[in-house]
Write a new protein. Structure first.
Length: 148
């Protein structure tokens, strides 16, 4: 069973942690009693189901992304993992090495085009992109099969 405790202006959830035989306190992050009661209800429901807490943790986004990328590389096909990592990079940006194109160990045509598109996207006007477009086309020409 858990209960609410107010310290200063914030409400905290206190509960008895059986493995360590001690009480624990988790911040709800709110000073509103009704919101704190709802977070307490969600927390108790998660404990009853055996789920992890629905409250925020101290795990950083780069650590979580790195672990997730390692998981999808182990479970999914290379192309499927590459597609998922592309979407993660689009959503989170380059917050860690796991979501950068270079982490895969080799450059693919997909990763080169993706990197060039991100660089060109930083320019606001199309007229400013001509130099980067010329460099991109030169790089893509190197990747194209010879004699075609």
């Amino acid at each position: 069973m858990a209960w609410l405790n107010k310290r200063g202006s914030l409400y905290y959830i206190k509960y008895w942690h059986v493995p360590s035989n001690s009480s624990r306190r988790i911040s709800t992050g709110t000073s509103t009693y009704q919101i704190a009661k709802e977070k307490l209800r969600q927390f108790e429901g998660a404990l009853a189901r055996g789920d992890d807490s629905s409250l925020p943790t101290r795990t950083s986004i780069p650590d979580a992304l790195t672990a997730y990328v390692a998981h999808i590389r182990a479970v999914k096909t290379a192309k499927s993992a590459q597609t998922d990592i592309y979407y993660l990079r689009d959503a989170f940006g380059p917050v860690c090495d796991a979501v950068t194109a270079e982490q895969a160990g080799r450059f693919t045509l997909f990763s080169i085009v993706d990197a060039l598109t991100r660089i060109a996207g930083e320019y606001q006007h199309a007229g400013d992109r001509t130099e980067i477009d010329q460099k991109a086309s030169a790089l893509l020409a190197l990747a194209a099969p010879q004699g075609v």
